[in-house]
Design a protein around this ligand. Structure first.
Ligand SMILES: [Zn+2]
Length: 135
């Protein structure tokens, strides 16, 4: 079975947490260079970190799981255009382009003001409707 490195970690604990999460989902994986790096952390940068190795035929599923987790961490969406995580929910009838609307929205609350909510990407400026599965 071939294994492919899908992610690298400078931290032994992070690497183990992710590997454990993937294993729970039935992904066959292991950590490359773990032993070396645990003994001599100075080598971490030289070797490019602890590599998460995943069975070749499960790589896509593993990447999907990691992506789902990072969304969970960010509690937000990924921009469908530029894949930025710098995304927030705003009212479609206002845009947060100047400080006044940003502050009044913060003080009064978007939900108090009402209006339709859309996602806004602060990286490329794209706005799109809330996806049904996030309701
Ligand atoms: Zn974007």
């Amino acid at each position: 079975m071939n294994f492919i490195s899908i992610q690298s970690y400078s931290n032994y604990i992070d690497a183990h947490i992710v590997m454990g999460q993937l294993e729970e989902q039935g992904i066959v994986c292991w950590l490359k260079d773990e032993y070396t790096l645990t003994i001599d952390p100075i080598l971490t940068n030289a070797l490019g970190g602890i590599k998460l190795m995943v069975a070749e035929n499960q790589v896509q599923r593993a990447l999907d799981l990691l992506e789902a987790q990072s969304r969970e961490v960010h509690k937000t969406q990924v921009c469908p255009k530029c894949s930025s995580f710098d995304v927030d929910m705003i009212s479609s009838n206002r845009s947060a382009r100047n400080w006044f609307t940003a502050i009044s929205g913060f003080l009064l609350g978007d939900y108090a003001i009402g209006g339709k909510k859309v996602f806004h990407c602060f990286n490329c400026g794209l706005e799109w409707n809330k996806s049904p599965e996030s309701e």
